[in-house]
Write a protein that binds this ligand. Structure first.
Ligand code: GDP
Length: 317
């Protein structure tokens, strides 16, 4: 699967597309110890949905390796209410960057997807082979279809042009640089904010849906470490799951966040909000077999994410 010489990042020009996002930011932090030159483009400088602009920028900057961590992202409600942005913008970003990478002679590219690419009722834990074996979860299929197209683009460029493009599928990520805006955020940053606010007011913590869905979480710096690991040691057509290997019910997660933040209050559920897919645990055997394992446990990660939240890193506070 990875029987080819390791790809050395030292001395390379490495573009992290999406460096202002949570994952891109963590990849930039992680690359500090690789001895490479990290390239970034601000939103004002470069519109990633503009193919011509991206092509020009890449020819100018000549990155040798690219981490494609740029995407329009959001939680269950944002996905469900802004489908055009989640489908169209993500397709445009991917098309621009893959086209630019091939044209500018990028040596290696890692595309970041998401665990929502898998069918809603995929067998758990979800193996990489489950892709395109059943219908998607409707609340996030816009995003999922764009991400599946990204995996297929990487494969297509590999097959037709021999490009060394690979794909990693991370599970739900959280940590410093997360989006804490309750309307657009994912569940873990939302709970950190809600528990923090309930602690201040003494009120209950509101959990959307029934609280029974199960989700897997990975600390974002662990994900960045896995991405760098794959960039250096993996070359193949198949996408690779990046997960912690454990999942937890949302209601238990709420209790854990309350415990870490020191708030023994009440939890109320809001069944008018969607549950989404019942369970989403990925099988991370492939990555583990290659020799990678996560380092940050969920309790420790929540404590670190809360510190980052208190330090004002939440983008929408
Ligand atoms: P998903 O993994 O794509 O479904 O996205 P989310 O992270 O947004 O939601 C995961 C689960 O957490 C769903 O069952 C939500 O209903 C539930 N949930 C509970 N409270 C919240 C909340 O305050 N915000 C969000 N985004 N989800 C919540």
């Amino acid at each position: 699967m990875s029987a080819h010489p390791p790809y050395d990042l030292a001395g390379k020009r490495v573009w992290v597309a999406g460096h202002r996002g949570m994952v891109g930011g963590a990849i930039v932090r992680r690359l500090a110890s690789e001895g490479c030159e990290v390239l970034t483009a601000s939103r004002e400088e470069l519109d990633l949905t503009d193919q011509r602009a991206v092509l020009g920028w890449m020819h100018n900057q000549r990155p040798q390796a690219v981490f494609l961590a740029a995407a329009r992202v959001g939680g269950i409600l944002a996905n469900d209410t802004r489908p055009v942005e989640f489908l169209r913008d993500n397709l445009l970003i991917e098309t621009s960057i893959f086209t630019g990478a091939e044209s500018a002679g990028v040596e290696k590219l890692l595309f970041l997807g998401s665990s929502c690419i898998y069918p809603k009722h995929a067998e758990q834990p979800i193996r990489e082979e489950a892709l395109l074996t059943g219908p998607l979860e409707p609340t996030n299929e816009w995003y999922a279809i764009a991400k599946i197209a990204g995996i297929k683009l990487a494969q297509a460029y590999r097959r037709q042009y021999g490009c060394d493009y690979i794909s990693a599928m991370p599970t739900n990520l959280y940590g410093p640089g997360d989006n804490f805006d309750l309307k657009g955020s994912h569940v873990l940053p939302a709970l950190i904010r809600k528990v923090h606010e309930a602690k201040l007011s003494g009120g209950p913590v509101e959990v959307w849906g029934t609280g029974s869905p199960r989700r897997e979480f990975l600390y974002v710096d662990d994900c960045a470490d896995a991405c760098v690991f794959l960039m250096k040691s993996y070359s193949g057509e198949g996408h690779i799951n990046v997960g912690s290997g454990d999942d937890i019910a949302i209601i238990e997660l709420a209790r854990l966040v309350m415990d870490v933040l020191g708030y023994p209050g009440e939890i109320v559920t809001d069944p008018t909000k969607p549950d989404g897919t019942p369970r989403k645990l990925m099988d991370n055997t492939r990555l583990r077999t290659m020799g990678w394992a996560p380092k940050v446990a969920l309790r420790e990660g929540i404590a670190r994410a809360y510190e980052a939240f208190l330090a004002g890193e939440g983008r929408n506070l």
